[in-house]
Design a protein around this ligand. Sequence first.
Ligand SMILES: Nc1nc2c(ncn2[C@@H]2O[C@H](COP(=O)(O)OP(=O)(O)OP(=O)(O)O)[C@@H](O)[C@H]2O)c(=O)[nH]1
Ligand SMILES: [Zn+2]
Length: 363
Amino acid sequence: MEAVPAWCCAVCGGRGAAAGVPPAAGGATLVTVRGEVVKLDRGYPLVRLEDGALLRAEHAIALVKGAQERAVIGDEVLVQVPEEHDKAIIEEILPRRCTFTRKDPTERALPQVLAANFDQVIVAQPINDVNLRRLERELVLAFETGAAVAVVLTKADLAADEQQAAEVERQVRALAGPDVPVLVMSAANPVSVEAVRARLSPGTMTVLIGRSGVGKSSLVNLLAGSQVQQTQTVREGDGKGRHTTVSREIIPLPNGARVVDMPGVRGLGLWEAEGGLDAAFADIAALAEQCRFRDCRHQQEPGCAVRAAVEAGELSPQRFASYQTLVQETRTLKQRREEARWMQKEQPKIAKRPKKSKSRARR
Ligand SMILES: Nc1nc2c(ncn2[C@@H]2O[C@H](COP(=O)(O)OP(=O)(O)OP(=O)(O)O)[C@@H](O)[C@H]2O)c(=O)[nH]1
Ligand SMILES: [Zn+2]
């Protein structure tokens, strides 16, 4: 028997859903088309269909029921478009080429995918207020996606002086490693904006991440050549952003590249990050190859090349500490996931066990 598509009352006004079948016999005809999720805001995902039409689309019940799957920005989807409906239904999310995934900040041990199918991640940090610890974390998450990684230091005009700017740039370059381009830009300096634009090749998609107020939307507006994203001054006092951008949207640029301005996400908990950690801390990964034990945790083990490098002054203790903290975070998470899996497997068995009778229990 052919599977019945899960129809949504909100779309069909109950007509299709009540019978569990799409409206037929004189009703709307259905077409399944490919599309891409180009905007996520408080409404239904906005999907651009193959023919260029933009349509809001709701998830099919079957999609969200079990696995709780939700389409994210950049997702390729199959949607059913009922004729004469202004809303489509996302029937399937096609396999993702890559994802930007963090730990769901509201759940104990669940992943949260924030974007999919991009080619580059640009991490933005303000040069006048760089947070190196956060940058390390952002780089791990960026590397973990498997996409190309670059760093943009924004607000160059706010650096105390040239010396300070050069020193911050040096620290960031050292931290990011030789393979990561580091660009310094200011919204007021068109040449510096052009240098960022040069990194966004036609036909590619870039995800822009960074805490609120670093100037991501300002940069996107400059790249797009128009006010496509709202911006707002940072708060007086702590200079923090106001989380102005609340939606995620793919912005097409005049040169054929595309960019997603990710709202300044507060929590950046690591999810699976082994590859990201090895790439973001390539110096430590290389040292670890020399440790006596393959599974060395660089704690008390004899013959640990990483600790030896710290003792010899070749590896900064602070960098080693950051690495240890992030590794520990992923280990704790892994343990929680295993516990959750065990509970899921064992809970039904525990529930099935016969209860002790009251009389025995009293004895
Ligand atoms: N001085 C200076 N200010 C800048 C620069 N770029 C952005 N700003 C200002 O910084 C403030 C925040 O910029 P946004 O572009 O809104 O920051 P955002 O990262 O998009 O913030 P969210 O949307 O909250 O994630 C605005 O007042 C901008 O005008 C810059 O290069 N120099
Ligand atoms: Zn070791």
